[in-house]
Design a protein around this ligand. Structure first.
Ligand code: FAD
Length: 395
C-alpha cells in the first residue's frame, strides 16, 4: 500500500483542530478524519485559560475567539449560606501571560475559527462522515481503517494523532488501558438567558458556589448563563430530566427568584481517567482520548490543547529533521505525568472542596485571597501555567 507522506488525525474537536493548525503552519501535511457530518455544535467547554489563549494566539485564533466571547478577568467563590467568600483576579499573573483573563466562549466557536483558517491550505485535508475504526502500524508507517458511505478503506500515513474523544477508537484499537473511575454523582447543566448580574450584586462571569448538600457553579457566556449542578446518585433520570426538577434547582440559586426561562438542560456522567500511555510507536493520544476529568476548573479541553501543542511542536521538528524520534517520547513523559500530578489531582480536589462540610476549605481560601504571594501561586495553578512549567521541568 502506498504510504502517504502525511500526519493523520482522528477527530475534529478542539484538540484535533489545534493539532492540525499547529502542524500545517510548520509545513507538515495533515489529513483529518471526523466521524460526524460537520463539526460538533454540542455545548461543552466554555472556559479558555490564559496560557491556552497564548497558544491560540500563535495560531491566529485567539483574537477572533475573544471577539466572540466574554473576557473574565476575575472569578469568585461563594457559599449559599454566606455569599461571597473570595474573589481572585488574573491581573496578578500578568507577568506570566499575554492574556491575564479567562475567555468564556463555547468550544464550538474555536473549532469553527480553526477550520475556517485551515480550509484552502494545500497541506490540509478534512474528511467528514469518516470515523476511524482500526489502527495498525509497522516501523515506518501507520494505517487507519476509515469507514465512509458504508465502505471501509485502509490508508497509510507517517504518524497518527488520536484526538477522537473519550470513547477513542484509536485508543481502543491500540489496546491502551483507560484507568481511573467514574463518579457516582453526575452533573446537570441548565442554560438560561436570565441576567444574574441584575439580581446578585458584584457577580463576576465565573462563580463557584460551595455547599455540602448540592454545590453549583455559574458561568456566563455571550447571551446565556450556564448553571451546573451536582446530581446525587439516588436521583433518577426520570426525575432529573423534567422541567420541574431543573426549575426546582434553579429556584435555589437566588432566594426569591423562580420560574426561569430555560434554553436547555444536559445531564453528564463525570469521570477521572488517564490512558496508560500517550504514545504507542507512530500513534499518539491527545485530549479526551488520553484523559478525562470533572469540569471543575475547566481543565479538560485546556489540558487537551496543551497536549496538542506539546506534541505537534515536537512532531514538526522530527518531521523537518530538526530532532530525533526520541523527542516524541518526551510528549508522553511530560503530558501524562502532569495529567496525573496536577490536572487529575486538582480537579478531584476542586470537587471535594465544593462539597466539604467543614470550614477548612473556606478558611484556607479566604487566607489565600488575603495573601498576595499565596494568591499569585494559586492563580498560576488555577490558570494551568504551573502545570505547563512543571511539564518542562520533567525533561
Ligand atoms: C458539561 C461540560 C463542561 C465542560 N467545560 C469545560 C471547560 O470549561 N473547560 C475545559 O477545558 N473543558 C471542559 N470540558 C471538557 C471538554 O469539553 C473536553 O475536554 C473537550 O471537548 C475535549 O476535546 P477533544 O477534541 O479531545 O474531544 P472532543 O471534543 O470529544 O472531540 C472529538 C471529536 O472526534 C470525533 N470522533 C469521535 N470518534 C471518532 C472516530 N472514531 N473517528 C474520527 N472522529 C471521531 C467526534 O465527533 C468529535 O468531533 C467540559 C465538558 C463537559 C461535559
Amino acid at each position: 500500500m502506498t504510504v502517504q507522506n502525511r500526519v493523520f488525525i482522528a477527530g475534529a474537536g478542539p484538540v484535533g483542530l489545534v493539532a492540525a493548525a499547529n502542524l500545517v503552519r510548520s509545513g507538515v501535511p495533515v489529513t483529518l478524519f471526523e466521524s460526524g457530518p460537520t463539526l460538533s455544535e454540542e455545548s461543552r467547554a466554555s472556559t479558555f485559560h490564559p496560557p491556552t489563549l497564548d497558544m491560540l494566539d500563535a495560531l491566529g485564533a485567539a483574537e477572533p475567539l475573544i471577539a466572540q466571547g466574554l473576557k473574565a478577568p476575575q472569578f469568585q467563590y461563594r457559599t449559599k449560606a454566606d455569599g461571597l467568600l473570595a474573589q481572585f483576579d488574573f491581573g496578578i499573573i500578568a507577568d506570566a501571560t499575554g492574556h491575564p483573563y479567562r475567555v468564556q466562549s463555547e468550544q464550538s466557536k474555536l473549532t469553527a475559527i480553526l477550520l475556517d483558517r485551515l480550509r484552502g491550505d494545500p497541506n490540509f485535508d478534512i474528511r467528514f462522515d469518516s470515523p476511524v475504526r482500526a489502527v495498525t502500524q509497522d516501523a515506518s508507517s501507520v494505517s487507519v481503517t476509515v469507514e465512509h458511505d458504508g465502505r471501509a478503506e485502509t490508508l497509510s500515513g507517517r504518524w497518527l494523532i488520536g484526538a477522537d474523544g473519550a470513547s477513542s477508537a484509536v485508543r481502543r484499537s491500540l489496546g491502551i488501558a483507560f484507568e481511573g473511575f467514574t463518579w457516582p454523582d453526575r452533573l446537570l447543566v441548565v442554560s438560561t438567558p436570565f441576567d444574574f448580574h441584575s439580581v446578585i450584586a458584584g457577580l463576576t462571569a465565573v462563580n463557584y458556589v460551595a455547599d455540602p448538600e448540592r454545590w453549583h457553579f455559574l458561568l456566563q457566556i455571550p447571551g446565556l448563563w450556564r448553571v451546573m449542578f451536582l446530581i446525587k446518585q439516588d436521583e433518577t433520570d426520570e426525575q432529573i430530566l423534567t422541567r420541574e426538577f431543573a426549575q426546582s434547582l434553579m429556584a435555589d440559586v437566588v432566594p426569591g427568584i423562580s420560574n426561569y426561562e430555560i434554553s436547555h438542560t444536559t445531564l453528564y456522567k463525570v469521570h477521572q481517567r488517564v490512558a496508560g500511555t500517550f504514545r504507542m510507536g507512530r500513534a499518539f493520544l491527545a485530549g479526551d482520548a488520553a484523559h478525562i476529568n470533572n469540569p471543575l476548573g475547566g481543565m479538560g479541553m485546556n489540558g487537551g490543547i496543551h497536549d496538542a501543542i506539546n506534541l505537534t511542536d515536537r512532531l514538526a521538528k522530527v518531521w523537518n529533521g530538526a530532532a530525533p524520534d526520541a523527542e516524541l517520547d518526551r510528549y508522553d513523559l511530560q503530558r501524562r505525568l502532569v495529567t496525573h500530578e496536577t490536572i487529575q489531582t486538582q480537579t478531584i480536589q476542586n470537587k471535594k472542596n465544593l462539597e466539604s462540610p467543614g470550614p477548612e476549605f473556606r478558611d484556607s481560601l479566604r487566607q489565600t485571597a488575603a495573601d498576595p504571594k499565596r494568591s499569585y501561586d494559586y492563580m498560576l495553578r488555577v490558570s494551568m501555567i504551573a502545570t505547563l512549567r512543571r511539564a518542562t521541568e520533567l525533561g
